[in-house]
Design a protein around this ligand. Structure first.
Ligand code: 13P
Length: 266
C-alpha cells in the first residue's frame, strides 16, 4: 500500500478570510468521506485566514499548514509569524524554504535549516521545499543545487525527528509563477523528468540518513500539478504526493488530484 501526502499551497492568492473559509469548507465537505488512511491532505491559507480555516476544518480529515514560520518563539520580530501562532491556529504542517521564499525573499539554506529545527522542536512537520531554476537546469546544475539544498537545509537534525520531515521537489521552472520565470515557458515536469530527480533525492536521503529513514521520507512533487497530469506523476514510485498551488484553490480542481492519490494508494 502506497502512502501519499497532497498539500494545497494557497500562497497569497486568497486574500479575504470569508473566501478562504468557504473554499476550505467545500474541500473538507468533498473529501472527508472519501479519504483513506494512507492519503493525507493539508491546505496552507494566508496567515490572516489560518485561525478561521483551522476552526472550520477542526474535526475533519483535512489538515492545516503554515506557508512559512520564523525560528524563534516570540519577540520583537516585525512581520514574522511564530511557530506557537501556527500551532494555536491548528497547524500540523509548515511549508519551509519554498522557492518563492528562497528566490524572491532571499532565504538561505542555513536560515531554512534553523526553521526546520525549530518546527521539529515544536512538533510541527516541516515540508522542506527544494528545486532548481530554469537557468540552473540548462547549465546542468540540477543535482548539485538539490544536493546542496538538502544537505544544508537538513544539517544536524536529530535522528529521531527525521521521520517527521517531508520533502517537496518543486522545479522552479515548473511553478506557475511569472516572477520566478520571467523569460521561460512554464511547464510541468514530465513523469520521466520528475522520476529522475525523485530517484536522485531518494538516494541522497538513504546515503545521508540510512535505509530506515531515507526510504520512508515522503517526497512530494510540485509545479503545475493538476487533474490532467497528476496521475502520470503520482504513478512514479518515488513521488509520494503533490504540493499544489493554482489547482488547490477550489474543491473542483483539488479533488481530482486527491482522488488520483486515493486510487493509486489502494
Ligand atoms: P503551482 O501548482 O501553481 O505551479 O504552484 C506550485 C507550488 O509552488 C506549490 O508550492
Amino acid at each position: 500500500m502506497r502512502k501519499f501526502i497532497i498539500g494545497g499551497n494557497w500562497k497569497c492568492q486568497v486574500t479575504i478570510v470569508e473566501e478562504a473559509v468557504s473554499i476550505a469548507t467545500e474541500i473538507a465537505k468533498e473529501i472527508n468521506d472519501i479519504l483513506t488512511e494512507n492519503v493525507e491532505v493539508f491546505i496552507a491559507p494566508s496567515y490572516n485566514a489560518l485561525y478561521s480555516v483551522g476552526q472550520v476544518i477542526k474535526g475533519t480529515k483535512l489538515k492545516l499548514a503554515g506557508q512559512n514560520m520564523y525560528f524563534r518563539d516570540k519577540g520583537a520580530f516585525t512581520g514574522e509569524i511564530s511557530p506557537d501562532s501556527l500551532l494555536d491556529a491548528g497547524c500540523e504542517y509548515v511549508i519551509l524554504g519554498h522557492s518563492e521564499r528562497r528566490r524572491i525573499f532571499g532565504e538561505t539554506d542555513s536560515y531554512i535549516n534553523q526553521k526546520v529545527k525549530k518546527a521539529l522542536e515544536k512538533g510541527l512537520k516541516p515540508v522542506l521545499c527544494i528545486g532548481e531554476t530554469a537557468k540552473e537546469k540548462e547549465e546542468g546544475q540540477t543535482e548539485t543545487v538539490i544536493q546542496t539544498q538538502i544537505e544544508n537545509s537538513l544539517a544536524d537534525i536529530p535522528q529521531e525527528q527525521l521521520n517527521q520531515i517531508i520533502i517537496a521537489y518543486e522545479p522552479v521552472w515548473a511553478i506557475d509563477n511569472k516572477f520566478l520565470n520571467p523569460d521561460s515557458e512554464i511547464k510541468t515536469a514530465t513523469p520521466e523528468e520528475a522520476e529522475k530527480i525523485h530517484v536522485f533525492i531518494r538516494k541522497l536521503l538513504i546515503n545521508k540518513f540510512g535505509d530506515n529513514v531515507g526510504k520512508n521520507i515522503l517526497i512530494q512533487y510540485g509545479g503545475s500539478m493538476k487533474a490532467s497530469n497528476c496521475e502520470g506523476l503520482l504513478n512514479i514510485a518515488d513521488i509520494n504526493g503533490g504540493l499544489i498551488g493554482g489547482a488547490s484553490l477550489s474543491a473542483e480542481k483539488f479533488k481530482p488530484i486527491i482522488e488520483a492519490a486515493i486510487k493509486l494508494g489502494k
